[in-house]
Design a protein. Structure first.
Length: 224
């Protein structure tokens, strides 16, 4: 099962691997594209926040790509992971990616926490590298970025093991859940999973105690 399959960018690879492939998404238009492109897959309208109402297991693997699980706050995100645990076969695996809190702490510019002067310097450096047309579009988006940042920045929060941060995605238009590698392992264990492997964005193994490089990390967990 791919939860949040969109228009099938990953679903197509899963179909090529063989077996019975399912996908859910909240967008009916994207699902129609999936049906046309990958008729071998079983796709349906469904909400990750109510996974048990959308599909019934057991599944050998559940895949939640592209940090999709990070659109939830802490309690609801844990609830989604719990629902996935119930849908897994006894030896099933969960594969997902999540924003890396250690990276955000090392790179405050990525989540808008650098000083104003530093943000301006970084912006100018990026604009210089762009073509005139792309630079003009980037400048045109600045008012929207500023509005979004002012609206959502006060809603950020920090807990002992995770943070809710307003990042660059969609011109600072969303809040995302951030968590480090070891905290994610502990959370998975609390919810009935055993972490099998954690990889950074370049496919390198991130061992226990290591921060991992890149804005997100990939996790493979097995039903404990």
């Amino acid at each position: 099962l791919e939860a949040g399959c969109g228009a099938g960018r990953i679903l197509g690879y899963l179909v090529a691997l063989g077996g019975e492939v399912h996908g859910i998404d909240v967008s009916s238009a994207m699902l129609e594209y999936c049906r046309q492109s990958y008729p071998q897959a079983y796709v349906r309208l469904g909400d990750l926040a109510a996974l048990g109402e959308s599909v019934s297991g057991p599944f050998d693997a559940v895949i939640v790509p592209d940090n999709t699980i990070d659109i939830f706050g802490d309690a609801q995100r844990r609830g989604v992971l719990g629902d996935i645990r119930e849908l897994l076969a006894p030896d099933g695996v969960l594969i997902f990616s999540s924003h890396n809190l250690d990276h955000a702490d090392r790179n405050p510019q990525a989540v808008g926490r650098a000083p104003a002067r530093g943000r301006a310097q970084a912006l100018l450096a990026r604009l210089v590298e762009l073509s005139p047309a792309r630079a003009a579009r980037a400048v045109a988006r600045l008012p929207r970025r500023i509005r979004n940042r002012r609206r959502l920045a006060p809603l950020q929060s920090r807990a002992a093991d995770h943070a809710i941060l307003n990042d660059l995605e969609l011109d600072y238009g969303v809040l995302h859940y951030y968590i480090g590698r070891d905290a994610q392992e502990r959370q998975l264990e609390e919810l009935g999973f055993l972490l099998v492997e954690c990889l950074d964005v370049d496919g390198r193994v991130v061992d226990a105690g290591a921060p991992g490089y890149g804005p997100w990390l990939h996790y493979v967990a097995r039903a404990a």
